[in-house]
Ligand binder design. Structure first.
Ligand SMILES: Cc1ncc(COP(=O)(O)O)c(C=O)c1O
Length: 439
């Protein structure tokens, strides 16, 4: 850590709690890097150090820094109208999403993922006139009290409770809110899912799931798992919600639902949907359910919902990434696939067991001998080793996201691959040494 950055951090820390904007920073980010410039996949910090940005602000930065076409669209929008409730950018954004996302018959916009998830839960409850929802171990759906962390104590009563040492647990949560509202079971376990539905299915408003368990280690759904979730929801009159906050744009403009061919009733989008420069989230879904908003039966409100810069950003992002049958996204995934191959090869040569798993674009590396089968396997042992490697990568100029995710952007270039290849060897060697010392 160099001098200008440290001094700046001291200045900020006096007023900003912890000197950070959120609490999910990693141990080596205690003193965050303060950046002054970004271009393509590269960032420059206050001391002039250059980094390859595979962190992408938790996956949001999909267009790459200083994407000219995107900046022009934002600047043009800003120069026309900044702060009105409805404007003439809306239709382009709505029609692009409607054309690509299978379940998006109707769409409402918000700002954050956390907020739009709560709107989805409210809508599902109103539609079914039931209260409880099911979520899965080690998934993440924002930082609201009712969806964060928790653990089931007695598997016969699948309600989650706070536990000591839960890094997604929090003091100050409304008492009992998780147990009152939700159930939690392991993901990717069809047998457990069927048992659960047999007992609780008819009392359930909705099932909330990431279609790929990106926050639980980038784990793909087991064959038939999501299909069975879909069937059981339909059978029991339960609304199926896909949280596509991360998979949304990164797996293709139609999201994971299109890639996997399992269509939810509602889905939530955020992060990369606005290109990476401005906050936008969206609740999309079947007309029959979304119409409850039309009749004003269910409230969805927000001062900045559908703000001009946001809808202009969504329209521009779909236009840029959608070009030539989504060529920018395909190229991005191919390039990052090559980068991942180099990482695995380097680790193997160094004798460090390492896998990269999950679809390219939202994949994660794990210092493990074989891919994780369920988010429940992503415990402190693997996570601790992953953190050591991520920290070593950062020391050598490569930034990855928390939970060791590798988030490329559409400007990832051959030059970036060379940059990565020239740094990864030293980082892996250092990480291996630390892991051997500690484990
Ligand atoms: C799957 C998922 N859902 C919801 C959220 C919450 O989104 P936000 O941080 O915009 O509130 C996140 C954020 O990381 C996420 O990964």
């Amino acid at each position: 850590m160099t001098s200008a950055n440290l001094a700046y951090h001291e200045r900020v820390k006096r007023i900003l709690p912890g000197g950070v904007h959120y609490n999910f920073n990693m141990p080596w980010e205690e003193v965050p890097l303060h950046f002054v410039d970004g271009s393509g996949s590269r960032l420059t910090d206050m001391d002039g150090n250059e980094y390859l940005d595979l962190y992408a602000r938790f996956g949001a930065m999909i267009l790459g820094h200083r994407n000219e076409e995107y900046l022009e669209a934002l600047q043009s929008a800003m120069s026309r109208v900044l702060c009105v409730s409805h404007c003439d950018f809306d239709a382009d954004a709505l029609e692009a999403m409607n054309a690509h996302i299978p379940c998006a018959e109707m769409i409402r916009f918000g700002l954050s993922g956390t907020e739009i998830l709560q709107a989805a839960l409210r809508l599902a409850r109103a539609y079914t006139m039931r209260n409880r929802f099911l979520r899965f171990e080690n998934h993440y759906h924002g930082n609201a009290d009712n969806v964060m962390g928790g653990r089931v104590v007695d598997p016969r009563v699948p309600t989650p409770f706070d536990f000591r040492g839960d890094y997604r647990g929090t003091a100050g949560r409304a008492d009992g809110i998780m147990a009152e509202q939700s159930y939690m079971i392991p993901w990717n376990d069809i047998e457990r899912l069927e048992e659960f539905f047999a007992e609780y299915g008819d009392t359930l408003a909705c099932v909330l799931t990431e279609p790929v368990a990106v926050n639980g280690g980038s784990i793909d759904p087991a064959p038939g798992f999501l299909e069975r979730v879909r069937e059981l929801c339909t059978e029991h009159g339960v609304v199926l919600i896909f949280d596509e906050m991360i998979t949304g744009m990164r797996l293709g403009l139609g999201g994971a639902q299109q890639q996997l061919g399992v269509i939810p009733d509602l889905a939530t989008f955020g992060k990369a949907i606005g290109g990476g420069g401005v906050p936008v989230s969206a609740l999309v879904g079947r007309r029959e359910i979304m119409r409850l908003l039309e009749s004003k039966k269910v409230i969805h409100a927000g001062t900045y919902n559908g703000y001009p810069l946001g809808t202009a950003a969504v329209a521009a992002t779909f236009a840029i990434l959608g070009r030539d049958d989504q060529r920018p996204l395909r190229q991005m995934r191919d390039r990052v696939g090559e980068l991942q191959r180099v990482l695995v090869e380097t680790a193997t040569e160094a004798g460090l067991p390492l896998v990269v798993q999950g679809p390219a674009g939202v994949a994660a590396f794990h210092c493990a001998g074989q891919p994780l089968a369920t988010p429940a396997e992503y415990g402190f042992d693997v996570m601790g080793k992953d953190i050591l490697l991520a920290a070593a990568l950062q020391r050598h100029g490569v930034l990855v996201s928390s939970v060791s995710r590798i988030y490329p952007n559409a400007q990832l270039s051959d030059d970036d691959l060379e940059f990565f290849s020239s740094r990864v060897g030293k980082a892996v060697a250092e990480a291996k040494q630390s892991i051997d010392e500690i484990y």
